[in-house]
Design a protein around this ligand. Sequence first.
Ligand SMILES: CC(C)(COP(=O)(O)OP(=O)(O)OC[C@H]1O[C@@H](n2cnc3c(N)ncnc32)[C@H](O)[C@@H]1OP(=O)(O)O)[C@@H](O)C(=O)NCCC(=O)NCCS
Length: 202
Amino acid sequence: MPPELDRNRWHPPILEGQLVVLRRHRQENLATVARWYRDPELARLTRYQTRPMSREEIERFFQTRLMSPDALAYAVHERATDRLVGITTFSALDADNASTLYHITIGEPDAWGRGYGTEVTELMIEHAFERLALHRVGLSVFEFNTRAIRAYEKAGFRIEGRLREAIHRDGRYWDEIQMGVLEWEWQARREERARQPVQSAG
Ligand SMILES: CC(C)(COP(=O)(O)OP(=O)(O)OC[C@H]1O[C@@H](n2cnc3c(N)ncnc32)[C@H](O)[C@@H]1OP(=O)(O)O)[C@@H](O)C(=O)NCCC(=O)NCCS
């Protein structure tokens, strides 16, 4: 199969939800992504180091993890306005064990808590199991990031374990929580949802 057609199969240009649209990255996204990653609050929520990323680190991250033709990364756009609000990626794709690691950052704080993160996570899990035929998607998240844990649980992830007191933040130690979702439990959840009667509004 020609490389571009093959890429369209495992990395379609668009994944569409009700609230968000995921698109492959474009070079012009760099300025926005760089602005997010200079924010100390984003560093607090997502990074092992407490300092925000340097410009060089952000540019390297953008080119290798988001723009590279073999990176399975998407820009998250708000569906109603098409505004770029975040990024999501898989890393550590392990073909032998059919597993990968999931990452998401909604970089615009005014876009937090509107259901975008949950929907992005659902779209990416569906892609992993339906298109990529993976068996497992895992992630890690800091214990204090309760909004993220809630969004991941709503999308189907379960807590599997914790690295005790692995993160020092805000003057104390916190656990790093490992979460995962398996293909068969995601299928079962989907079938369960399909059996439930449609809720009528009001
Ligand atoms: C984590 C993140 C992806 C979640 O996406 P989101 O769009 O904000 O989350 P959603 O709106 O889909 O869901 C959040 C849920 O957590 C709840 N929530 C919000 N703030 C919360 C808080 N401080 N504590 C606990 N739950 C919280 C919301 O009420 C919602 O649950 P509900 O629908 O049952 O009410 C997003 O906030 C983000 O990217 N934050 C910054 C970077 C980050 O933390 N990335 C993850 C690193 S592992």
